[in-house]
Ligand binder design. Structure first.
Ligand code: NDP
Ligand code: HSE
Length: 431
């Protein structure tokens, strides 16, 4: 018997959309053989109809009007791969209102408007799938929502942005210039259309919000996620970190802390013995700690055409299968927990501190006195002279666990000391 056709409408055929079209063409028969249902591409919306494309489709399949894709009666699943906040959010809501299931890789709209989107979908009785929005090919959201459902998740540490991991890898391993490494990531199709979203940690923060909702069941207001990007990480810090036995990674951290949840994205000095320290290039990895599973790590391609398209097509197949079940409205809830998000000022961790100083007697004592007055205890100190004639030097310190608020206050006071040549620099440490 011929497999029943399921109509797919695609909005966006750029890096990921092109991969989805390729997979649907090449794997249509296999999917039909495995599921008895065949996803068939009905129409594709793009911005610029005149653009040359790697995959050629008949002109009548292409449109510049995404609403037309949604409105087609033969489209059962709308796949949103245009990216950005608007009009993507409005189009997804429109698709839901029109009774279509939705698959998206758009972490920005899921992180910011997830509650609105899932409420609309529940009311309309349609499905919204978004596995590709975090970790590309890595099935981390399914793992958190399904495989680990029996666990209390304690912590998640993720390298979830391929672009910044690529830049930090190139800077660390080849001493490559920041701009050159970014240009390579853009050429590879890994960076966002606006790469500041990658560099400033915003893309990672969107993914962290989604991870936290899946792992801890909390709705996340993006304003409550602490975000710091990698644009201030300099080669000097990378080499100092190496000397202390650390690597610098942009980590997305969600941690249970005394009944509330810490949510933060920032460049982190990570012990070189930590499993995440060896995650290089555009690879992503998510390290999960749960009460029953103990520790688990997921590694894979977090960005790029085919890895991301693989996750999108898997969501399409999942949506097709699930929608055939009689009780498919009984979905796994995302927001079932009432835990609150811990303010960043209450977070505590170890710190690496670097003070650009004028080298003179007593300078270390002056800095240590301020730190001590805020209850910050030092585990290691190193001083070096960088310029003999001006006596310019650096003092670097590692601290015991210290409160974020205390450290920020102490650094402000230290920055005002006459021995300082420039403002102090800090990195948070995870072992
Ligand atoms: P691209 O910029 O490569 O592609 C965007 C596509 O959307 C293009 O085909 C573009 O048309 C089309 N488009 C944009 N605006 C409109 C509009 N107003 N009307 C119709 N079509 C429009 O993006 P990516 O493929 O890289 O990313 C897509 C989504 O997947 C994003 O949400 C991204 O964050 C996410 N994602 C991307 C990954 C990656 O590695 N690239 C990995 C994981 C998720 P045209 O071609 O004519 O310009
Ligand atoms: N710009 C993103 C990254 C794409 O570099 O990880 C994958 O979400």
């Amino acid at each position: 018997m011929a497999a029943k056709e399921i109509g797919i409408g695609l909005i966006g055929m750029g890096t990921v959309g092109t991969g989805v079209v390729k997979i649907l063409r090449e794997r249509g028969d296999t999917i039909a053989a495995r599921t008895g249902l065949r996803p068939v591409l009905r129409q594709v919306a793009v911005r610029n109809l005149g653009q040359m494309r790697e995959v050629a489709l008949p002109p009548e399949m292409m449109t510049a009007d995404p609403q037309a894709v949604i409105a087609r009666p033969d489209v059962d699943i709308v796949v949103e791969l245009m990216g950005g906040y608007e009009p993507a959010r409005t189009l997804v809501l429109k698709a839901i209102e029109s009774g279509k299931h939705v698959v998206t890789a758009n972490k920005a709209i899921i992180a910011l408007y997830g509650q609105e989107i899932f409420a609309a979908a529940r009311e309309k009785g349609v499905l919204v799938y978004f596995e590709a929005s975090v970790g590309g090919a890595i099935p981390i959201l399914a793992a958190l929502r399904e495989s680990f459902v029996a666990n209390e998740i304690r912590a998640i540490f993720g390298i979830v942005n391929g672009t910044t991991n690529y830049i930090l890898t190139r800077m660390t391993e080849d001493g490559m210039d920041f701009g050159e490494a970014l240009a390579e990531a853009v050429r590879g199709g890994y960076a966002e259309a606006d790469p500041t979203l990658d560099l400033e940690g915003i893309d990672a923060a969107h993914k962290l919000a989604i991870l936290a909702s899946c792992a801890f069941g909390i709705p996340v207001d993006m304003e409550d996620v602490y975000v710091e990007g990698i644009s201030e990480v300099c080669p000097q810090d990378i080499s100092y970190a190496r000397e202390f036995g650390y690597v610098i990674k942009l980590l997305a951290i969600a941690k249970e802390a005394g009944g509330s949840i810490e949510l933060r994205v920032h460049p982190t000095m990570l012990s070189r013995h930590h499993p995440l320290a060896s995650v290089r290039e555009t690879y992503n990895a998510i390290y999960v700690e749960g009460d029953a599973i103990g520790k688990a790590m997921f590694l894979g391609r977090g960005a790029g055409r085919m890895p991301t398209a693989s996750a999108v097509v898997s969501d399409i197949v999942e949506a097709i299968l699930r929608s055939r079940e009689a009780d498919f409205q009984a979905e796994r809830s995302l927001y079932w927990n009432r835990k609150t998000i811990q303010p960043m000022s209450e977070v505590a961790c170890k710190f690496y501190l670097r003070f650009p100083i004028v080298d003179q007697p007593g300078v270390i004592g002056k800095i240590a006195t301020v730190l001590g007055s805020h209850g910050i205890s030092i585990t290691s100190v190193r001083a070096s002279l960088v310029e003999m004639t001006t006596n310019a030097g650096h003092v670097e310190m590692l601290t015991h666990r210290a409160g974020e608020a205390a450290v920020q206050q102490a650094l402000q006071e230290i920055n005002a000391l006459p021995v300082m040549r420039d403002k102090s620099m800090y990195l948070r440490i995870e072992e």
